[in-house]
Design a binder for this molecule. Structure first.
Ligand code: DHB
Ligand code: FE
Length: 313
């Protein structure tokens, strides 16, 4: 037997009290949003006849997520990060800011304060001799095709086991994380290792939520970017290395056709020598187009709590 009590004056009045509508203090926006959120959840409990057991199991799972600092990991899996991107894309389209390299999600694993280099950086610490060498390069240009010298290109990616430094204690500090200042022609170059796909930690609270939905927590091999330059719109994006089985099955919904890059396997020793490499490598080229803007708030990344952001300033 199911009961329906949501649409009664008692429950409607109760929600107003809970959301602080009768109080002078607090934030009006917080009151409105909490009122809407609780109304939707109360209605859901009524409609789905949620049992006390189900409710308290969910509270416990949320405590687990919090204890493991995994709300930021679950968020992309539930599509929130991509949904925010879709909204920012729509805002840009309405303002007729179109045509540059598309954005895609930042993800939860950026760490501020990576070493900075001019034009070129070696990103890996050399400890992984079994990985494929990656030569990662590209040019930053504006919408007219002119180079953007001095653009800040921040790059971070996983190692061949899918782990990120800082979060994976087996890696050295800032391994596979660098900021490269583009040269006079807007070009950046990096020597690194080919990353593997990433998976949310098996058995973690995030994994439990995904499993309940019959989903996996895998991402295709990808490389994260922040690109910025004075007078240009800040860009948060990623590239995916083409040919990954998860390319179109990314649990974080970050893949975009324009951001798929084919690596080029190079065995020619002259090409290796020209780049200061000793043997075969895979070249990955990602050119970036930035839109111009005079608005300062569009020139920087969104504020959000990030690892070491405060320490790095
Ligand atoms: C997650 C991890 C990533 O490396 C990423 O790019 C996006 C999401 C995650 O664990 O949610
Ligand atoms: Fe990632």
């Amino acid at each position: 037997m199911t009961v329906k009590i949501f649409d009664t004056p008692e429950v409607h009045d109760f929600l107003k009290t809970v959301a602080g509508f009768e109080q002078e203090g607090g934030s009006d926006r917080a009151k409105q949003i909490v009122h809407r959120l609780l109304s939707d959840l109360y209605r859901l409990i009524d409609d789905f006849d949620v049992t006390p057991e189900e409710f308290w199991a969910t509270v416990s799972l949320m405590n687990e997520l919090g204890k493991a600092s995994q709300f930021g990991l679950l968020s992309p899996g539930l599509g929130f990060d991509h949904y925010l991107d879709m909204r920012m894309d729509a805002v840009d389209a309405e303002a007729e800011r179109t045509g540059g390299t598309p954005r895609t999600i930042e993800g939860p694993l950026y760490v501020a304060g990576a070493p900075e280099a001019e034009g070129f950086a070696r990103m890996d610490d050399g400890s992984d001799a079994d990985s494929e060498v990656m030569w990662l390069t590209g040019q930053v240009r504006n919408l007219d095709g002119e180079p953007v010298p001095g653009a800040r290109v921040e790059i971070w990616h996983a190692n061949a086991k899918g782990g990120y430094s800082h979060f994976d204690p087996s890696q050295s500090e800032y391994n596979l994380r660098r900021t490269i200042i583009a040269d006079d022609e807007g070009r950046y170059r990096a020597r690194s290792i080919i990353p593997s796909g990433y998976g949310v930690p098996a058995g973690s609270p995030t994994d439990k939520v995904l499993k309940a939905l019959g989903r996996h927590g895998q991402r295709p091999a990808h490389i994260h970017y922040f690109i910025s330059a004075p007078g240009h719109q800040h860009l948060t994006t990623q590239i995916n290395l083409a040919g990954d089985p998860y390319t179109w099955d990314d649990f974080a919904f970050a893949t975009r056709e324009e951001l798929l890059v084919d690596g080029r396997a190079v065995n020619d020793s002259a090409e290796a020598e020209a780049r200061g490499l000793e043997g075969p490598f895979t070249e990955v080229v990602f050119d970036i187009t930035l839109a111009r803007t005079a608005a300062p708030e569009l020139q920087t990344r969104h504020k959000r709590p990030r690892a070491l952001e405060e320490a790095a300033g």
